[in-house]
Design a protein around this ligand. Structure first.
Ligand code: NAG
Ligand code: NAG
Ligand code: NAG
Ligand code: NAG
Ligand code: NAG
Length: 389
């Protein structure tokens, strides 16, 4: 009897280990899951088959199918954005393979991993908040919280209370949400109306779907703290970029009454901002009492909750190295212009490049003839393309 229990325990431990080393929830952004999200039949077997999710996430999938399909959609958005932001870099955020989106890269906590965590948690929050306002979800709708007296600091307190772990390491904690967007706090000159994107609900989904799995996924405290910090930095980037959209009412465009609501911008803007944060990310370690994160060296830049942080330096990404999740840059198209992103000298890591000259036929000298026809000649054009050796 005792032995049996013992074996059972070992089995459970094994299962936990398998789960923590398996692929991550980002796999939901792969093309193979996108077709499913619209149909939503056979929810239960489908959710159970997603073995790369934690048990809680699979349960979430079963109980919140509509939200789950938007999470999956938002991951595709995040992966596309990541590839756009890094299109000219050695690491180009390419899909590693069909079962493992980013490969082993995400196991090392490099700046690239920090960017992935922040971007994906931001994307979930952004997509859910927008879906709420569009009426795609029954669980949420327009955000009414700012009417009539919305207080950012109160909302920040709630935000803090939601998080399980302390994430700040800087002494100053006085952070105001929406800091970079000067936004009237009173109804000065306008009235709240319309339908605001539901940031609070978006944040809730992002926290409950992503952050709450961290305790299962990361056994090391420092890794857990770094992941949670970067998830939060992503959500704060969303909050910083809220905009005010207004509509005028009044006799013949006089705008005697302005009605305004909060909207989130295109995700591109948030991606670009996080890309900037990536470039100035801070390397961290735990302090002596192992309770807080601090810059690895005293000379390093201090960071706050909006900044990205990492533990390991990036590999060069020059060569193919599956252990580091690097595909290498061989065969990448590059630019001859020096000092430009994607230049052959940087991208090819001094291995040199091959030039391929192609001739293409295209329309040229097009003229408009009255009426209504465009006539063109066909021209032969030479194009040079360069590829890393
Ligand atoms: C995907 O890559 C991982 C390594 O990160 C490997 O273990 C797995 O077998 C690969 N899967 C496929 C389908 O190639
Ligand atoms: C956080 O630090 C950045 C610089 O890394 C600074 O621009 C920003 O104002 C700071 N934000 C807060 C809320 O302290
Ligand atoms: C999200 O909202 C639900 C219901 O409103 C609540 O029970 C839950 O605690 C919230 N979760 C987080 C992480 O805020
Ligand atoms: C990224 O680089 C890899 C490896 O060189 C290449 O196979 C892939 O096509 C690139 N992806 C994008 C989106 O440019
Ligand atoms: C090369 O640089 C030009 C101009 O900066 C850019 O439009 C083009 O996309 C680049 N090509 C590649 C392959 O990166």
């Amino acid at each position: 009897m005792y032995l049996l229990q013992h074996q059972y325990l070992i089995l459970i431990i094994l299962l936990i280990i398998i789960q923590t080393t398996a692929a991550f929830w980002w796999s939901l952004g792969l093309p193979s899951f996108q077709s499913w999200s619209s149909t939503q039949k056979n929810q239960e077997p489908f959710c159970s088959s997603l073995t790369f999710l934690t048990a809680d996430q699979r349960y979430y999938c079963q109980t919140n199918p509509k939200i789950f399909s938007i999470i999956s959609r938002s991951l595709r958005q995040a992966i596309e954005e990541c590839q756009y932001q890094f299109r000219n870099q050695r690491w180009n955020c390419s899909i590693f393979n069909q079962s493992d989106v980013f490969g082993k890269l995400v196991l090392r906590k490099t700046p690239e991993t920090a960017f992935i965590y922040a971007l994906t948690s931001a994307s979930v929050m952004h997509s859910i908040a927008k879906a709420c306002a569009k009426g795609e979800l029954t669980e949420c709708g327009c955000d009414k919280s700012q009417q009539p007296s919305f207080s950012p600091s109160a909302s920040l307190m709630r935000t803090r209370a939601m998080l399980k772990y302390p994430i700040s390491s800087t002494p100053s904690m006085s952070i105001s949400l929406f800091a970079s967007t000067p936004m009237p706090q009173t109804n000065d000159g306008f009235e709240w109306g319309g339908c605001s994107d539901d940031l609070k609900f978006g944040r809730n989904v992002s926290v409950s779907f992503i952050d709450e799995q961290e305790s299962y996924m990361s056994r090391r405290r420092i890794v857990r703290l770094v992941n949670l910090h970067n998830n939060e930095a992503g959500r704060q980037a969303v909050e910083r970029n809220v905009q005010l959209t207004c509509k005028c009412h009044g006799v013949s465009g006089s705008c005697t009454l302005r009605v305004c609501w909060r909207t989130l911008p295109d995700f591109r803007l948030i991606g670009s901002e996080l890309r900037t944060k990536y470039a100035s990310a801070t390397q961290v370690r735990l302090n002596r009492r192992l309770s807080l994160l601090k810059p690895r060296k005293t000379s390093m830049k201090l960071f706050n909750t909006t900044d990205l942080i990492y533990i390991h330096n990036s590999p060069s990404f020059c060569e193919k190295n599956l252990r580091l999740g690097s595909l290498g840059t061989q065969g990448r198209e590059c630019n001859l212009t020096m000092n430009e992103p994607g230049s052959c000298s940087v991208l090819c890591c001094d291995r040199g490049y091959e030039t391929i000259i192609r001739t293409i036929e295209e329309d040229c000298e097009c003229q408009f003839h009255w009426c209504c026809e465009v006539r063109c000649k066909r021209c032969i054009k030479r194009v040079e393309k360069h590829y890393c050796k």
